[in-house]
Design a protein around this ligand. Structure first.
Ligand code: DGY
Length: 338
């Protein structure tokens, strides 16, 4: 009997999802959540045919050295700035991500942050829990926030998630503007009730600016001191994309000085550390990178990553045709790994 291919799973996953892998593979699944450094990643990948990795696992040329059996790396996330796609392609390793299944949950969460930041939900809750609510003596003009309905929603990066955020704006009677590298087809713009404007116009007009850009070297600090200075003082910034797209120190300074009214952040530069100045401010709502973390969506992401591994290693109904490859050229290439 030939040995089963080996698959390494870098993060604890739902047992029933792991069981799907175990039908075909010898599965080595990590039982605790932790970051794997380059040496450990290299050692893990050296001896397996496939791997499921998280956003904290950086897969580059150095960790692929010696991974002679490796055929697929499935990322548990849609963003894939942790994967060096060129290095994976050169090594003949298929990479995949988890698009679409998380679109609506991330769009929901962007709205949760918008609403919470505008209406000061986090600060008000901390105040209540601290026993500071004086009941009927609470002032009529205490805890005043910003209305969301009827305002201008600006979206920077208008992929699927941006479009989901825009569609929700219609229900709040908002004017929706977006900026993107390419203009959306007219039918999609109509469906989203969204109009394309320049980046500068978006900064100047948005009451709520939501960032949904992919992280690329060009997008590093796409929102810094200069951009923040162009925004309305009453504006709210929301980032559900990636840490590093915003200059967190500049943002904290803008929030502190009143240059910007509020922010809602799910992602940070240098996660899991959060800039100390942000931690000390009351006008920012902070969450630990959980925009896609609903029960259904995290399961769907895990299952999609598993589908990719099963198909890439030649099993299941879609053998040889993984559903969401990032470097499909690898599939059509005859490699010595076959
Ligand atoms: C993604 O999929 O890129 C998200 O950030 C993970 O929650």
């Amino acid at each position: 009997m030939t040995a089963k291919p080996k698959v390494w799973v870098s993060r604890p996953l739902f047992p029933d999802v792991l069981a799907r892998l175990a039908e075909h593979f010898d599965v080595q699944a990590e039982a605790i959540e932790r970051k794997h450094g380059p040496d450990e990643l290299k050692a893990r990948l050296a001896d397996v045919d496939g791997a499921l990795v998280g956003l904290a696992d950086r897969v580059d040329a150095s960790v692929l050295e010696g991974a002679r059996r490796l055929k697929v790396v499935a990322n548990l996330g849609v963003g894939h700035n942790n994967l060096d796609l060129d290095a994976l392609t050169r090594a003949g390793v298929l990479a995949s991500n988890t698009p679409e299944v998380l679109t609506e949950s991330v769009a929901d969460f962007a709205w949760a942050l918008m609403l919470a930041a505008a209406r000061r939900v986090g600060a008000a809750e901390r105040w209540l829990r601290a026993g500071q609510w004086p009941g009927s003596n609470m002032r009529f003009d205490d805890w005043l926030g910003l209305d969301v309905h009827g305002r201008t929603l600006g979206i920077l990066g208008m992929g699927r998630i941006g479009q989901g955020i825009a569609r929700r704006g219609f229900g709040f009677d908002m004017r929706v503007l977006y900026h993107n590298r390419t203009r959306l087809p007219e039918a999609v713009e109509r469906e989203c009730h969204a109009a394309l404007v320049s980046r500068d116009e978006l900064l100047r007009q948005a009451d709520f600016l939501v960032l949904v850009l992919p992280f690329t070297p060009e997008n590093r600090h796409a929102i810094g001191a200069l951009e923040l200075s162009r925004m309305k003082r009453s504006a709210v910034l929301v980032n559900v994309a990636r840490g590093g797209i915003v200059d967190d120190a500049a943002l904290a300074a803008a929030l502190r000085s009143g240059q910007l009214a509020a922010a809602g952040l799910d992602v940070f530069e240098g996660e899991p550390s959060v800039h100390p100045d942000l931690l000390s401010l009351e006008n920012v709502v902070l969450s630990p990178h959980i925009a896609s973390a609903s029960e259904e969506t995290r399961r769907a992401m895990a299952n999609l990553a598993v589908d990719n591994v099963i198909a890439a290693l030649g099993f299941g109904e879609s053998a040889g045709k993984p559903p969401t490859p990032l470097n499909p050229a690898v599939l059509s290439r005859a490699t010595s790994k076959a």
